[in-house]
Design a protein around this ligand. Structure first.
Ligand code: TRP
Length: 452
């Protein structure tokens, strides 16, 4: 099973994906102020979200990073990601948004000027109506932040074509733009940790499940740059291992002739033990020759705290000290015609610039889970799981869980007819959209602020 982030065919089995790629399930009862997306299991999985929430608790802050491809029209799916960014922002995170103009240029053949115009007129002007705090939000263009490209190169040293092949299913015919853009995207994802962009803190990337290959690649490359590995050992405790690399071997106490510089090695071990103490652990047992430190009073559940202090140390010693990005994953709403949502087929989705008439038309002709005749529907009831009107209420337009439950039950029992559930959806969707258009118009001045 592979996921192609550029042409995902729609996911059939979310659970299988979690198992195969090692995603953790989200328990919304443990989240502060869960949104309807969390409560309904639409945001269903994560990597390292605990690290983010712990960092917030310890007042060390955290960042959120998202990106947009400036091609096509902005639709409800894009809004879902911004809603998540806003949720994280309300919890105290700072938000950075990448305009992937280099990626769009390379993979979609758009000029950078077109990308810029598109990004501003189509996307960012709509973001202005979505409640992000301009003081804690920054939107930038990939082509204008050279450091993300530089990081792409630096991280690129930690992967190779075979790994890219295994992750993305690339082959000999793959266009090299598809090899380059995930590396630049990795640069996007990690750069908020650089000192000039806010320093060491967890960065969470809320994405659709189809983007997980990028997260996996980035996490893999980042962990290979780390100078101190934090591993669970056989007795269930933690062992720190020095990671010797081309650019740190002398600092880590390895001489050019391959022998160990005992004095230098001891210095590194001593520094690491100080960092381990800062993390709250004291029972260390070092083996300088092997470059390992066993920590007897730490279990693996505490690895984030250890990692934080060791990454700080790495930075003091001249390394990059990068944390693996965290991520959350959402499921996809079905397309309005019952298949996949696709921005190149306008009838399959609702665009944020659609008129009330467009919306009504799309909902009225959307795929229905009802029965063909009223009699049959009354007798057997409809199927909300495939019904577009119901699903759009669930994903986007009905915030009240009790109301949604009532609609669901009445639809299943046959009390609510297909035309009726569609009318409810039209009513809620047009109310939402009118309000969005108003907020968008009122807040156009924010576009400039976001781009500062
Ligand atoms: N590749 C993403 C897309 O196709 C856009 C993107 C670029 C992005 N950089 C990112 C998304 C960083 C999330 C994080 O939409």
């Amino acid at each position: 099973m592979k996921i192609d982030p550029w042409a995902s065919k729609g996911i059939q089995n979310y659970k299988e994906i979690c198992d195969k790629f090692g995603l953790d399930a989200i328990d919304h009862t443990k989240l502060p102020n869960p949104t309807h997306l969390h409560r309904r299991g639409i945001i269903f999985a994560h990597r390292d979200l605990d690290n983010v929430l712990q960092s917030k608790k310890r007042d060390r802050g955290f960042g959120v990073l998202s990106g947009l491809m400036p091609s096509g029209q902005i639709h409800l799916g894009h809004k879902m990601v911004i809603d998540q960014a806003k949720w994280f922002q309300d919890l105290g995170g700072d938000v950075t948004i990448t305009v992937a103009d280099l990626e769009a240029h390379a993979t979609r053949g758009l000029s950078l000027e077109k990308c810029r115009k598109y990004a501003i007129e189509e996307y960012i002007s709509n973001y202005a109506g979505m409640g992000l705090d301009p003081d804690k939000t920054s939107i930038y263009f990939q082509s204008e932040r050279p450091v993300v490209q530089k990081l792409g190169f630096t991280l690129g040293k930690k992967t190779n074509l075979s790994e890219m092949e295994a992750i993305y299913g690339f082959s000999g015919e793959t266009n090299l733009a598809h090899v380059q853009s995930p590396l630049v995207q990795a640069g996007d994802i990690v750069h908020p940790q650089l000192e000039e962009y806010g320093g060491l803190r967890p960065i969470v990337v809320p994405v659709g499940i189809d983007q997980d290959p990028h997260i996996r690649l980035t996490r893999g490359m980042v962990s290979k740059t780390n100078w101190f590995n934090v591993n669970e050992n056989k007795s269930g405790n933690v062992t720190i291992g020095l990671s010797i690399q081309d650019n740190n071997q002398n600092t880590m106490g390895l001489r050019d002739d391959g022998g160990i510089d005992k004095k230098q090695r001891q210095k590194v071990i001593d520094k690491a033990i100080v960092a381990i103490r800062k993390a709250g652990f004291n029972e260390t047992n070092a083996n300088p020759k092997h470059g390992t430190i066993e920590i007897k009073d730490a279990n693996y559940g505490e690895h984030n705290e250890l990692k934080y202090h060791l990454l700080n140390l790495e930075r003091q010693m001249g390394g990059m000290g990068l944390m693996q990005p965290a991520s959350t994953y959402h499921q996809f709403a079905v397309g309005m015609t019952g298949g996949k949502m696709s921005s190149s087929q306008p009838e399959t989705t609702m665009f944020l610039n659609d008129s009330m008439k467009d919306i009504e038309k799309k909902i009225k002709s959307s795929f229905s889970g009802g029965k063909p005749t009223v009699e049959e529907h009354r007798a057997k009831g409809g199927n909300p799981d495939v019904d577009v009107a119901y699903q759009y209420l669930r994903y986007f337009f009905e915030e009240d869980d009790n109301e949604l439950e009532r609609i669901r039950n009445e639809y299943i029992s046959g009390d609510l007819l297909t035309g009726e559930i569609k009318s409810i959806c039209v009513e809620k969707a047009t109310t939402w959209m009118k309000n969005h258009h108003e907020l968008k118009d009122q807040n156009q001045h924010l576009v400039k602020e976001f781009l500062k």
